[in-house]
Ligand binder design. Structure first.
Ligand SMILES: C[S@@+](CC[C@H](N)C(=O)[O-])C[C@H]1O[C@@H](n2cnc3c(N)ncnc32)[C@H](O)[C@@H]1O
Length: 313
């Protein structure tokens, strides 16, 4: 199935948290199919600005349908946010939104190779114009490297057995399709693995890990957060929606580190009110979609939204 539709997660909550100034400049780092972008445009004034990014050429193409002089989309990974803003002559911004992970049009299109439920070429790149596909990676890397990826990005208990099976299999013929990879994982994991995660396809963790690796998602997130924080004006907010624990951990730690009160210098007795006030504050706690949203859109079930605001330069 390839519907080309994406149901935006935490749409109201994210835009409500993001837009603090109607005439502000905002960045949607993950345009997708523009659900958040459309509401940002609705909630902002005629002299506001919205810059969207997406590394997926199909998402970038979809953005061309938006006819609004306030809007501009750039085909780029958000790790390059600083360069993109420099190129557009934009200095500081009032809000940065990151709705991480993959979109439904990516998962639901068999040709993109993201899904173990649909048979297609083993690609998994969000940006199909550059980089190593999943098939290239599994053809090139050694068993240790593959095993490490499955362990660290998928927390897969059978990581090294799966990696060895991939290397053994490719001696005859490299894996080329999602069905071949899913079948190999099911053979390795067997009934024992299925009992561990009942209700979850045994290939879930392997596919997640390889996707994160192929797209360098954690390095992208780290660089994107750094660039986003650096560009926020006082009063500006960064809103991040994560879809798995590795992403959320990174967002949580980065935000908490900024908002943490400074430690008094060693040996200097200072009262709490004499310490420098942090330039950042966390806005509320982590927000998760409610039961009704998850029922209507099961892909929302793992979402976690976190918000931080710059309160001083
Ligand atoms: C969950 S979807 C966003 C959906 C969007 N908020 C909407 O309402 O339609 C994530 C999108 O972010 C893009 N993306 C993921 N990582 C990216 C990165 N590092 N740089 C740029 N785009 C990225 C993906 O290609 C995908 O289109």
């Amino acid at each position: 199935m390839h519907t080309g539709k994406h149901v935006t997660v935490l749409l109201e909550e994210a835009v409500e948290a993001l837009v603090t100034r109607r005439a502000g400049t905002y960045v949607d780092c993950t345009f997708g199919r523009g659900g958040h972008s459309a509401l940002i445009l609705q909630r902002t004034a005629a002299d506001a600005r919205l810059i969207a990014l997406d590394r997926d050429p199909q998402a970038f193409a979809a953005a061309q349908a938006i006819c609004d002089a306030r809007f501009r989309c750039v085909h780029a990974p958000f790790a390059r946010l600083g360069e993109v803003l420099d190129g557009l002559g934009v200095g500081q911004v009032d809000g940065v939104l990151m709705d991480l992970g993959v979109s439904s049009p990516q998962i639901d299109d068999a040709k993109r190779g993201f899904s173990f439920r649909l048979d297609g070429p083993l690609d998994m790149r969000m940006d199909t114009t550059t980089g190593e596909s999943a098939a290239d990676f599994l053809r090139r890397a050694g068993a240790d490297e593959i095993g490490e990826v499955l362990k660290s990005h998928g927390e897969e208990r059978f990581a090294f057995q799966i990696a060895q099976a991939i290397v053994a299999r490719r001696a005859a013929r490299p894996l080329a399709t999602t069905a071949e990879l899913a079948g190999l994982v099911a053979d390795v994991v067997g009934a024992r693995g299925r009992r561990r995660d009942p209700g979850q396809d045994p290939a879930t963790r392997t596919f997640q890990a390889i996707r994160i690796h192929v797209n360098q998602e954690l390095a992208q997130l780290q660089a994107g957060l750094k660039a986003g924080f650096a560009r926020l004006a006082v009063g500006g907010r960064l809103v991040a929606l994560s879809f798995h624990s590795l992403e959320d951990r990174l967002v949580k730690h980065a935000m908490r580190a900024l908002a943490r009160p400074a430690e008094p210098p060693m040996g200097v007795p200072l009262k709490a009110d004499q310490l420098p006030v942090p330039a950042w504050r966390l806005i509320g706690r982590a927000i998760r979609p409610g039961a009704a949203e998850v029922k209507a859109n099961p892909r929302a079930r793992s979402a976690v939204m976190r918000v931080i605001e710059r309160v001083a330069a």
